[in-house]
Design a protein around this ligand. Sequence first.
Ligand code: NAG
Ligand code: NAG
Ligand code: NAG
Ligand code: NAG
Ligand code: NAG
Ligand code: NAG
Ligand code: NAG
Length: 424
Amino acid sequence: MFTTRLLMLVICLAIPSSAFPKRQMGSISPYTPNIGRSNGIYQIPSTLYNGSSKAQFDIQTETSTLDTSTLLSLDAPKLDTINASVFDWWYFDVVSETNPDVLLTITFFSSTAAAFPFLFANQSSPLTAWIWASFANGTVFADYVPATVATLTGVDGTHTEGAGIWHETGFAWGASTAPQTRYEVTVASEKLQVHGRLGLTATVPYHLPCGIQKEKSILEIAPHIGWVNLVPDAEGVVDMNIRGSTLSFRGPGYHDKNWSDRPFMESVESWYWGHGRLGPYSIVWFNFLALNDTTNSTYVSSYVAKDGNVLVSACDASLLTVRPVGSPGTTGGRYPPMAGDIPEGFHLDFDLGEEGHLLVNVLMRAVVAGDGEYYVRWTGDLAGEVSRSESTLRGPCLPSSESEQGREDALIGVAVFEQFVVLE
Ligand SMILES: *[C@@H]1O[C@H](CO)[C@@H](O)[C@H](O)[C@H]1NC(C)=O
Ligand SMILES: *[C@@H]1O[C@H](CO)[C@@H](O)[C@H](O)[C@H]1NC(C)=O
Ligand SMILES: *[C@@H]1O[C@H](CO)[C@@H](O)[C@H](O)[C@H]1NC(C)=O
Ligand SMILES: *[C@@H]1O[C@H](CO)[C@@H](O)[C@H](O)[C@H]1NC(C)=O
Ligand SMILES: *[C@@H]1O[C@H](CO)[C@@H](O)[C@H](O)[C@H]1NC(C)=O
Ligand SMILES: *[C@@H]1O[C@H](CO)[C@@H](O)[C@H](O)[C@H]1NC(C)=O
Ligand SMILES: *[C@@H]1O[C@H](CO)[C@@H](O)[C@H](O)[C@H]1NC(C)=O
Protein backbone atom coordinates (compact mmCIF):
# COMPACT_ATOMS: atom_id res chain seq x y z
CA MET A 1 0.00 0.00 0.00
CA PHE A 2 1.05 3.51 -0.76
CA THR A 3 0.57 4.64 2.83
CA THR A 4 2.83 1.94 4.15
CA ARG A 5 5.41 2.75 1.52
CA LEU A 6 5.44 6.41 2.50
CA LEU A 7 5.62 5.53 6.15
CA MET A 8 8.57 3.30 5.39
CA LEU A 9 10.16 6.10 3.41
CA VAL A 10 9.69 8.50 6.31
CA ILE A 11 11.07 5.99 8.77
CA CYS A 12 14.03 5.23 6.51
CA LEU A 13 14.74 8.93 6.15
CA ALA A 14 14.89 9.38 9.87
CA ILE A 15 18.35 7.79 9.84
CA PRO A 16 21.42 10.06 9.49
CA SER A 17 21.87 11.47 6.00
CA SER A 18 25.38 10.04 5.74
CA ALA A 19 23.70 6.67 5.36
CA PHE A 20 22.13 7.71 2.04
CA PRO A 21 23.57 6.04 -1.03
CA LYS A 22 25.31 8.47 -3.36
CA ARG A 23 22.99 9.35 -6.22
CA GLN A 24 23.78 10.61 -9.70
CA MET A 25 22.20 13.97 -10.46
CA GLY A 26 19.95 13.52 -13.50
CA SER A 27 19.86 17.19 -14.39
CA ILE A 28 20.95 20.54 -13.07
CA SER A 29 18.00 22.46 -11.72
CA PRO A 30 17.87 26.15 -12.68
CA TYR A 31 18.42 27.12 -9.06
CA THR A 32 21.18 25.54 -7.03
CA PRO A 33 20.88 26.58 -3.42
CA ASN A 34 23.71 25.99 -1.01
CA ILE A 35 21.48 25.16 1.91
CA GLY A 36 23.59 22.10 2.69
CA ARG A 37 22.47 20.30 -0.44
CA SER A 38 24.16 17.25 -1.82
CA ASN A 39 22.85 14.35 -3.86
CA GLY A 40 19.43 15.97 -4.08
CA ILE A 41 19.11 16.21 -0.31
CA TYR A 42 18.62 19.54 1.40
CA GLN A 43 19.46 20.08 5.05
CA ILE A 44 18.29 23.22 6.81
CA PRO A 45 20.28 23.79 10.00
CA SER A 46 18.75 25.25 13.15
CA THR A 47 21.50 27.86 13.45
CA LEU A 48 20.66 31.11 11.72
CA TYR A 49 22.80 32.33 8.88
CA ASN A 50 24.38 35.74 9.51
CA GLY A 51 24.25 37.34 6.06
CA SER A 52 22.03 37.80 3.05
CA SER A 53 19.64 35.03 2.12
CA LYS A 54 18.62 34.69 -1.49
CA ALA A 55 15.12 33.64 -2.54
CA GLN A 56 13.95 31.90 -5.69
CA PHE A 57 10.92 33.61 -7.25
CA ASP A 58 10.51 31.86 -10.61
CA ILE A 59 11.00 28.53 -12.34
CA GLN A 60 11.77 27.52 -15.91
CA THR A 61 8.64 26.20 -17.61
CA GLU A 62 9.48 25.11 -21.14
CA THR A 63 6.24 23.17 -21.47
CA SER A 64 2.69 24.07 -20.54
CA THR A 65 2.51 21.45 -17.79
CA LEU A 66 4.92 20.42 -15.05
CA ASP A 67 6.14 16.84 -15.15
CA THR A 68 5.92 14.78 -11.97
CA SER A 69 9.57 15.38 -10.95
CA THR A 70 9.44 19.14 -11.55
CA LEU A 71 6.21 19.23 -9.59
CA LEU A 72 7.89 17.70 -6.54
CA SER A 73 10.77 20.19 -6.86
CA LEU A 74 8.28 22.91 -5.90
CA ASP A 75 8.60 21.52 -2.36
CA ALA A 76 12.34 22.29 -2.26
CA PRO A 77 13.55 25.11 0.04
CA LYS A 78 13.14 28.40 -1.81
CA LEU A 79 15.79 30.26 0.18
CA ASP A 80 19.46 29.35 -0.01
CA THR A 81 19.95 30.08 3.70
CA ILE A 82 17.72 31.05 6.62
CA ASN A 83 18.70 34.28 8.33
CA ALA A 84 16.74 36.11 11.05
CA SER A 85 14.54 38.09 8.65
CA VAL A 86 13.37 35.53 6.05
CA PHE A 87 10.90 32.63 6.12
CA ASP A 88 10.20 29.44 4.21
CA TRP A 89 7.43 27.08 5.24
CA TRP A 90 5.22 24.12 4.24
CA TYR A 91 1.49 24.07 5.07
CA PHE A 92 -1.08 21.21 5.11
CA ASP A 93 -4.72 21.15 6.16
CA VAL A 94 -7.89 19.07 6.01
CA VAL A 95 -11.37 20.36 6.97
CA SER A 96 -14.27 18.02 7.69
CA GLU A 97 -16.77 17.76 4.83
CA THR A 98 -19.65 17.18 7.26
CA ASN A 99 -18.76 19.63 10.05
CA PRO A 100 -16.45 22.53 9.15
CA ASP A 101 -15.85 23.20 12.84
CA VAL A 102 -13.46 20.26 12.61
CA LEU A 103 -10.05 21.01 11.10
CA LEU A 104 -6.46 19.85 11.28
CA THR A 105 -3.57 22.06 10.16
CA ILE A 106 0.11 21.14 10.26
CA THR A 107 2.84 23.61 9.27
CA PHE A 108 6.57 23.05 9.00
CA PHE A 109 8.35 26.38 9.54
CA SER A 110 11.83 27.65 9.00
CA SER A 111 11.38 31.14 10.37
CA THR A 112 12.15 33.28 13.38
CA ALA A 113 9.44 35.28 15.15
CA ALA A 114 11.25 38.38 13.84
CA ALA A 115 10.39 37.24 10.30
CA PHE A 116 6.89 35.96 11.11
CA PRO A 117 5.58 37.53 14.34
CA PHE A 118 2.83 34.96 14.86
CA LEU A 119 5.49 32.50 16.00
CA PHE A 120 6.78 32.58 19.60
CA ALA A 121 9.80 34.81 20.17
CA ASN A 122 11.09 32.32 22.76
CA GLN A 123 11.23 29.34 20.36
CA SER A 124 14.61 27.65 20.62
CA SER A 125 14.97 26.96 16.89
CA PRO A 126 13.77 28.61 13.66
CA LEU A 127 12.74 25.09 12.63
CA THR A 128 9.39 24.26 14.20
CA ALA A 129 6.54 21.86 13.47
CA TRP A 130 3.16 23.31 14.45
CA ILE A 131 -0.21 21.62 14.82
CA TRP A 132 -3.65 23.21 15.17
CA ALA A 133 -6.56 20.85 15.79
CA SER A 134 -10.12 22.10 16.05
CA PHE A 135 -12.66 19.73 17.63
CA ALA A 136 -16.44 19.63 17.05
CA ASN A 137 -17.10 21.09 20.52
CA GLY A 138 -15.07 24.21 19.71
CA THR A 139 -11.90 23.25 21.58
CA VAL A 140 -8.74 24.18 19.67
CA PHE A 141 -5.48 22.44 20.41
CA ALA A 142 -2.38 24.33 19.20
CA ASP A 143 1.23 23.55 19.99
CA TYR A 144 4.63 23.13 18.38
CA VAL A 145 7.93 21.30 18.67
CA PRO A 146 11.36 22.75 17.77
CA ALA A 147 13.56 20.73 15.42
CA THR A 148 17.33 20.26 15.46
CA VAL A 149 17.64 20.07 11.68
CA ALA A 150 15.25 19.70 8.74
CA THR A 151 15.84 17.35 5.83
CA LEU A 152 14.12 17.44 2.46
CA THR A 153 14.67 14.70 -0.06
CA GLY A 154 13.54 13.92 -3.58
CA VAL A 155 12.83 17.59 -4.32
CA ASP A 156 15.69 18.35 -6.74
CA GLY A 157 13.60 17.82 -9.87
CA THR A 158 14.69 14.26 -10.61
CA HIS A 159 12.35 12.27 -8.39
CA THR A 160 8.67 11.49 -8.02
CA GLU A 161 8.88 10.60 -4.33
CA GLY A 162 10.07 12.91 -1.62
CA ALA A 163 9.97 13.65 2.06
CA GLY A 164 10.42 16.37 4.64
CA ILE A 165 11.57 15.60 8.17
CA TRP A 166 11.82 18.07 11.03
CA HIS A 167 14.23 16.01 13.11
CA GLU A 168 13.54 15.33 16.80
CA THR A 169 9.95 16.60 16.47
CA GLY A 170 8.19 13.41 15.38
CA PHE A 171 6.70 15.39 12.47
CA ALA A 172 7.43 14.41 8.86
CA TRP A 173 5.78 14.15 5.48
CA GLY A 174 6.18 11.85 2.53
CA ALA A 175 5.11 12.77 -0.99
CA SER A 176 4.57 11.03 -4.27
CA THR A 177 3.60 12.70 -7.55
CA ALA A 178 3.21 9.66 -9.79
CA PRO A 179 0.81 8.30 -10.81
CA GLN A 180 -1.15 10.65 -8.54
CA THR A 181 -0.09 13.44 -6.20
CA ARG A 182 -0.32 12.15 -2.64
CA TYR A 183 1.01 13.35 0.71
CA GLU A 184 1.18 11.60 4.03
CA VAL A 185 2.00 13.76 7.06
CA THR A 186 2.85 11.65 10.10
CA VAL A 187 3.06 12.78 13.70
CA ALA A 188 4.57 10.73 16.52
CA SER A 189 5.27 13.21 19.31
CA GLU A 190 5.64 12.09 22.91
CA LYS A 191 6.25 15.69 23.90
CA LEU A 192 2.86 16.89 22.58
CA GLN A 193 1.16 13.53 23.16
CA VAL A 194 0.01 13.56 19.55
CA HIS A 195 0.08 10.57 17.22
CA GLY A 196 -1.44 9.95 13.81
CA ARG A 197 -1.61 10.97 10.21
CA LEU A 198 -3.01 13.47 7.72
CA GLY A 199 -3.31 12.07 4.20
CA LEU A 200 -3.99 13.95 0.95
CA THR A 201 -4.83 12.51 -2.46
CA ALA A 202 -5.00 15.42 -4.90
CA THR A 203 -8.21 15.68 -6.90
CA VAL A 204 -7.11 18.68 -8.99
CA PRO A 205 -3.85 19.86 -10.62
CA TYR A 206 -1.34 22.22 -8.94
CA HIS A 207 -1.61 26.00 -8.99
CA LEU A 208 1.18 28.58 -9.39
CA PRO A 209 0.43 32.27 -8.60
CA CYS A 210 -0.22 33.11 -12.27
CA GLY A 211 -0.53 29.57 -13.65
CA ILE A 212 2.08 28.20 -16.03
CA GLN A 213 3.59 30.99 -18.11
CA LYS A 214 5.68 30.82 -21.26
CA GLU A 215 9.30 29.75 -20.57
CA LYS A 216 9.44 31.16 -17.06
CA SER A 217 6.65 31.10 -14.46
CA ILE A 218 6.64 33.52 -11.59
CA LEU A 219 6.31 32.17 -8.06
CA GLU A 220 5.98 35.63 -6.47
CA ILE A 221 2.31 36.06 -5.62
CA ALA A 222 2.89 39.56 -4.21
CA PRO A 223 6.07 41.63 -3.77
CA HIS A 224 8.62 39.51 -1.86
CA ILE A 225 6.06 36.73 -1.16
CA GLY A 226 6.73 33.40 -2.85
CA TRP A 227 3.97 30.81 -3.09
CA VAL A 228 3.31 27.48 -4.73
CA ASN A 229 0.09 25.55 -4.26
CA LEU A 230 0.97 21.93 -4.94
CA VAL A 231 -2.41 20.62 -3.81
CA PRO A 232 -5.33 23.10 -4.21
CA ASP A 233 -7.86 20.39 -3.29
CA ALA A 234 -7.60 16.79 -2.19
CA GLU A 235 -9.46 13.92 -0.65
CA GLY A 236 -8.16 14.50 2.84
CA VAL A 237 -8.20 11.99 5.66
CA VAL A 238 -7.22 12.61 9.27
CA ASP A 239 -6.67 9.95 11.87
CA MET A 240 -5.12 11.47 14.99
CA ASN A 241 -4.94 10.91 18.68
CA ILE A 242 -4.43 14.21 20.50
CA ARG A 243 -3.84 13.90 24.25
CA GLY A 244 -6.13 10.88 24.39
CA SER A 245 -8.86 12.40 22.17
CA THR A 246 -9.56 10.91 18.77
CA LEU A 247 -9.82 13.23 15.78
CA SER A 248 -10.88 11.24 12.71
CA PHE A 249 -12.57 12.71 9.66
CA ARG A 250 -12.50 13.19 5.90
CA GLY A 251 -12.89 16.28 3.76
CA PRO A 252 -11.22 18.78 1.44
CA GLY A 253 -7.43 18.86 1.94
CA TYR A 254 -4.77 21.30 0.84
CA HIS A 255 -1.00 21.84 0.66
CA ASP A 256 0.99 24.94 -0.20
CA LYS A 257 4.30 26.49 0.69
CA ASN A 258 5.27 30.12 1.01
CA TRP A 259 8.42 32.05 1.60
CA SER A 260 9.90 35.52 1.63
CA ASP A 261 13.26 37.25 1.67
CA ARG A 262 12.12 39.83 4.22
CA PRO A 263 9.93 39.95 7.35
CA PHE A 264 6.22 39.31 6.78
CA MET A 265 5.28 42.62 8.46
CA GLU A 266 7.33 44.62 5.94
CA SER A 267 5.20 43.25 3.10
CA VAL A 268 1.61 42.98 4.22
CA GLU A 269 -1.08 45.61 4.62
CA SER A 270 -3.90 43.09 4.20
CA TRP A 271 -4.06 39.48 3.09
CA TYR A 272 -7.09 37.33 2.41
CA TRP A 273 -6.56 33.69 1.56
CA GLY A 274 -8.71 30.61 1.56
CA HIS A 275 -9.55 27.34 -0.08
CA GLY A 276 -12.64 25.20 -0.23
CA ARG A 277 -14.90 22.98 -2.21
CA LEU A 278 -18.55 23.51 -3.14
CA GLY A 279 -20.37 21.06 -5.35
CA PRO A 280 -18.04 20.11 -8.22
CA TYR A 281 -15.93 23.28 -7.73
CA SER A 282 -12.55 23.44 -5.97
CA ILE A 283 -11.53 27.03 -5.23
CA VAL A 284 -8.48 28.91 -3.88
CA TRP A 285 -8.53 32.66 -3.37
CA PHE A 286 -5.83 35.19 -2.54
CA ASN A 287 -6.24 38.97 -2.34
CA PHE A 288 -3.39 41.12 -1.08
CA LEU A 289 -2.63 44.80 -0.53
CA ALA A 290 1.04 45.65 -0.04
CA LEU A 291 2.25 47.86 2.78
CA ASN A 292 3.03 51.46 1.79
CA ASP A 293 2.18 50.72 -1.82
CA THR A 294 2.16 54.02 -3.72
CA THR A 295 0.52 52.33 -6.74
CA ASN A 296 -2.46 50.92 -4.76
CA SER A 297 -2.14 47.60 -6.58
CA THR A 298 -4.34 44.64 -5.66
CA TYR A 299 -2.49 41.34 -5.95
CA VAL A 300 -4.76 38.38 -6.55
CA SER A 301 -4.44 34.76 -7.43
CA SER A 302 -7.51 32.86 -8.54
CA TYR A 303 -7.96 29.12 -8.88
CA VAL A 304 -11.12 27.29 -9.85
CA ALA A 305 -11.38 23.66 -10.92
CA LYS A 306 -14.61 21.88 -11.80
CA ASP A 307 -14.75 18.10 -11.48
CA GLY A 308 -10.94 18.13 -11.28
CA ASN A 309 -10.41 20.19 -14.46
CA VAL A 310 -8.82 23.61 -14.11
CA LEU A 311 -11.05 26.49 -15.27
CA VAL A 312 -8.88 29.34 -13.90
CA SER A 313 -5.32 29.47 -12.57
CA ALA A 314 -4.28 33.09 -12.96
CA CYS A 315 -3.30 36.34 -11.25
CA ASP A 316 -5.08 38.97 -13.32
CA ALA A 317 -6.72 41.26 -10.75
CA SER A 318 -9.90 41.47 -12.85
CA LEU A 319 -10.53 37.73 -12.48
CA LEU A 320 -11.28 37.67 -8.75
CA THR A 321 -12.87 39.99 -6.22
CA VAL A 322 -12.65 39.18 -2.51
CA ARG A 323 -14.54 41.48 -0.12
CA PRO A 324 -15.19 41.22 3.61
CA VAL A 325 -18.80 41.25 4.80
CA GLY A 326 -19.40 42.78 8.24
CA SER A 327 -22.18 42.59 10.78
CA PRO A 328 -24.28 45.77 10.94
CA GLY A 329 -22.74 48.44 13.16
CA THR A 330 -19.19 47.05 12.88
CA THR A 331 -16.20 47.83 10.69
CA GLY A 332 -16.01 44.16 9.69
CA GLY A 333 -17.01 44.92 6.09
CA ARG A 334 -14.60 47.82 5.54
CA TYR A 335 -12.35 47.61 2.49
CA PRO A 336 -9.48 48.31 2.39
CA PRO A 337 -9.52 46.89 5.91
CA MET A 338 -7.72 48.16 9.01
CA ALA A 339 -6.34 46.19 11.94
CA GLY A 340 -9.13 44.89 14.16
CA ASP A 341 -11.76 44.77 11.39
CA ILE A 342 -13.30 41.34 11.87
CA PRO A 343 -15.75 40.29 9.16
CA GLU A 344 -18.51 37.72 9.58
CA GLY A 345 -17.97 36.48 6.07
CA PHE A 346 -16.49 37.16 2.66
CA HIS A 347 -18.00 37.58 -0.75
CA LEU A 348 -16.05 36.05 -3.64
CA ASP A 349 -16.59 36.68 -7.34
CA PHE A 350 -14.56 34.40 -9.61
CA ASP A 351 -14.61 35.29 -13.32
CA LEU A 352 -14.75 31.97 -15.20
CA GLY A 353 -14.73 33.51 -18.69
CA GLU A 354 -17.29 31.84 -20.96
CA GLU A 355 -18.54 29.78 -18.03
CA GLY A 356 -19.79 32.94 -16.32
CA HIS A 357 -19.06 33.97 -12.74
CA LEU A 358 -18.81 31.75 -9.69
CA LEU A 359 -20.29 33.81 -6.85
CA VAL A 360 -19.60 32.52 -3.36
CA ASN A 361 -20.59 33.63 0.12
CA VAL A 362 -18.18 32.50 2.82
CA LEU A 363 -19.62 32.38 6.33
CA MET A 364 -17.44 31.99 9.43
CA ARG A 365 -17.79 28.96 11.66
CA ALA A 366 -14.84 28.25 13.98
CA VAL A 367 -11.88 30.52 14.79
CA VAL A 368 -8.97 28.10 14.61
CA ALA A 369 -5.88 30.30 14.94
CA GLY A 370 -4.70 33.87 15.29
CA ASP A 371 -4.76 36.74 17.75
CA GLY A 372 -8.24 38.07 16.84
CA GLU A 373 -6.85 41.42 15.78
CA TYR A 374 -4.10 41.25 13.17
CA TYR A 375 -4.53 37.64 12.20
CA VAL A 376 -7.43 35.19 12.21
CA ARG A 377 -7.80 31.78 10.60
CA TRP A 378 -11.30 30.37 10.32
CA THR A 379 -13.25 27.47 8.98
CA GLY A 380 -16.61 28.13 7.42
CA ASP A 381 -19.52 27.29 5.17
CA LEU A 382 -19.68 28.13 1.48
CA ALA A 383 -22.83 28.92 -0.48
CA GLY A 384 -22.67 29.90 -4.10
CA GLU A 385 -23.90 29.68 -7.61
CA VAL A 386 -22.70 30.15 -11.15
CA SER A 387 -24.14 33.17 -12.85
CA ARG A 388 -23.94 33.07 -16.62
CA SER A 389 -25.43 36.51 -17.09
CA GLU A 390 -23.17 39.56 -17.25
CA SER A 391 -25.84 41.65 -15.56
CA THR A 392 -26.26 39.57 -12.42
CA LEU A 393 -23.05 40.37 -10.59
CA ARG A 394 -24.42 40.40 -7.11
CA GLY A 395 -24.45 38.30 -3.99
CA PRO A 396 -25.80 34.79 -4.47
CA CYS A 397 -28.17 35.17 -1.52
CA LEU A 398 -30.06 38.05 -3.06
CA PRO A 399 -33.36 37.07 -4.66
CA SER A 400 -33.12 36.57 -8.38
CA SER A 401 -35.50 38.53 -10.58
CA GLU A 402 -34.28 36.76 -13.70
CA SER A 403 -34.84 33.15 -12.76
CA GLU A 404 -34.42 32.11 -16.40
CA GLN A 405 -30.84 33.49 -16.43
CA GLY A 406 -29.15 30.09 -16.48
CA ARG A 407 -28.22 29.61 -12.83
CA GLU A 408 -27.19 26.28 -11.48
CA ASP A 409 -28.70 24.85 -8.34
CA ALA A 410 -27.31 26.38 -5.16
CA LEU A 411 -23.84 25.04 -4.37
CA ILE A 412 -22.78 24.44 -0.79
CA GLY A 413 -19.52 23.43 0.77
CA VAL A 414 -16.80 24.06 3.35
CA ALA A 415 -13.66 26.17 3.50
CA VAL A 416 -10.55 27.16 5.45
CA PHE A 417 -9.53 30.82 5.19
CA GLU A 418 -7.65 33.60 6.89
CA GLN A 419 -6.93 37.28 7.02
CA PHE A 420 -3.91 39.29 8.06
CA VAL A 421 -4.69 42.98 8.42
CA VAL A 422 -1.87 45.06 9.84
CA LEU A 423 -2.74 48.64 8.82
CA GLU A 424 -3.31 50.64 12.02
C1 NAG B 1 27.02 39.10 11.85
O1 NAG B 1 28.08 39.51 11.01
C2 NAG B 1 28.47 40.87 11.23
C3 NAG B 1 29.46 41.26 10.15
O2 NAG B 1 30.34 40.23 9.85
C4 NAG B 1 29.05 40.99 12.64
O3 NAG B 1 29.42 42.33 12.88
C5 NAG B 1 27.98 40.58 13.63
O4 NAG B 1 28.47 40.60 14.93
C6 NAG B 1 27.46 39.18 13.32
N1 NAG B 1 26.29 38.92 14.16
C7 NAG B 1 26.15 37.79 14.81
C8 NAG B 1 24.89 37.64 15.61
O5 NAG B 1 26.97 36.89 14.78
C1 NAG C 1 18.73 38.31 5.37
O1 NAG C 1 18.60 38.28 3.96
C2 NAG C 1 17.84 39.35 3.45
C3 NAG C 1 17.63 39.11 1.97
O2 NAG C 1 18.84 39.03 1.31
C4 NAG C 1 18.53 40.66 3.75
O3 NAG C 1 17.75 41.72 3.25
C5 NAG C 1 18.70 40.78 5.25
O4 NAG C 1 19.42 41.94 5.56
C6 NAG C 1 19.42 39.58 5.81
N1 NAG C 1 19.38 39.64 7.25
C7 NAG C 1 20.48 39.49 8.01
C8 NAG C 1 20.25 39.47 9.47
O5 NAG C 1 21.59 39.39 7.51
C1 NAG D 1 6.94 31.16 25.10
O1 NAG D 1 6.07 32.23 24.80
C2 NAG D 1 4.69 31.86 24.75
C3 NAG D 1 3.89 33.05 24.26
O2 NAG D 1 4.29 34.24 24.83
C4 NAG D 1 4.22 31.33 26.10
O3 NAG D 1 2.87 30.93 26.01
C5 NAG D 1 5.09 30.14 26.47
O4 NAG D 1 4.75 29.69 27.75
C6 NAG D 1 6.57 30.49 26.43
N1 NAG D 1 7.35 29.29 26.60
C7 NAG D 1 8.41 29.23 27.38
C8 NAG D 1 9.11 27.91 27.44
O5 NAG D 1 8.79 30.20 28.00
C1 NAG E 1 -13.89 19.07 23.69
O1 NAG E 1 -13.35 17.92 23.09
C2 NAG E 1 -11.98 17.70 23.40
C3 NAG E 1 -11.51 16.53 22.58
O2 NAG E 1 -12.32 15.43 22.74
C4 NAG E 1 -11.82 17.47 24.89
O3 NAG E 1 -10.44 17.30 25.19
C5 NAG E 1 -12.35 18.69 25.64
O4 NAG E 1 -12.30 18.45 27.00
C6 NAG E 1 -13.78 18.99 25.20
N1 NAG E 1 -14.17 20.26 25.79
C7 NAG E 1 -15.35 20.46 26.36
C8 NAG E 1 -15.57 21.83 26.89
O5 NAG E 1 -16.19 19.58 26.41
C1 NAG F 1 0.92 31.21 3.44
O1 NAG F 1 1.16 30.66 4.70
C2 NAG F 1 0.06 30.62 5.56
C3 NAG F 1 0.51 30.16 6.92
O2 NAG F 1 1.07 28.90 6.87
C4 NAG F 1 -1.00 29.73 4.97
O3 NAG F 1 -2.12 29.72 5.81
C5 NAG F 1 -1.38 30.24 3.62
O4 NAG F 1 -2.12 29.27 2.99
C6 NAG F 1 -0.23 30.54 2.74
N1 NAG F 1 -0.81 31.23 1.62
C7 NAG F 1 -0.24 32.03 0.74
C8 NAG F 1 -1.07 32.57 -0.36
O5 NAG F 1 0.89 32.34 0.79
C1 NAG G 1 5.26 52.46 6.00
O1 NAG G 1 4.84 53.79 6.14
C2 NAG G 1 4.72 54.23 7.49
C3 NAG G 1 4.08 55.60 7.51
O2 NAG G 1 4.45 56.33 6.40
C4 NAG G 1 6.09 54.17 8.13
O3 NAG G 1 6.00 54.58 9.48
C5 NAG G 1 6.63 52.77 8.06
O4 NAG G 1 7.95 52.73 8.55
C6 NAG G 1 6.62 52.24 6.63
N1 NAG G 1 6.95 50.84 6.68
C7 NAG G 1 7.79 50.26 5.85
C8 NAG G 1 8.05 48.81 6.05
O5 NAG G 1 8.33 50.87 4.95
C1 NAG H 1 -4.63 54.84 -2.84
O1 NAG H 1 -5.70 54.51 -1.98
C2 NAG H 1 -5.85 55.45 -0.92
C3 NAG H 1 -6.90 54.92 0.03
O2 NAG H 1 -7.89 54.22 -0.63
C4 NAG H 1 -6.21 56.80 -1.52
O3 NAG H 1 -6.33 57.75 -0.49
C5 NAG H 1 -5.10 57.22 -2.48
O4 NAG H 1 -5.45 58.41 -3.12
C6 NAG H 1 -4.84 56.15 -3.52
N1 NAG H 1 -3.66 56.51 -4.29
C7 NAG H 1 -3.58 56.31 -5.59
C8 NAG H 1 -2.27 56.67 -6.22
O5 NAG H 1 -4.49 55.88 -6.26
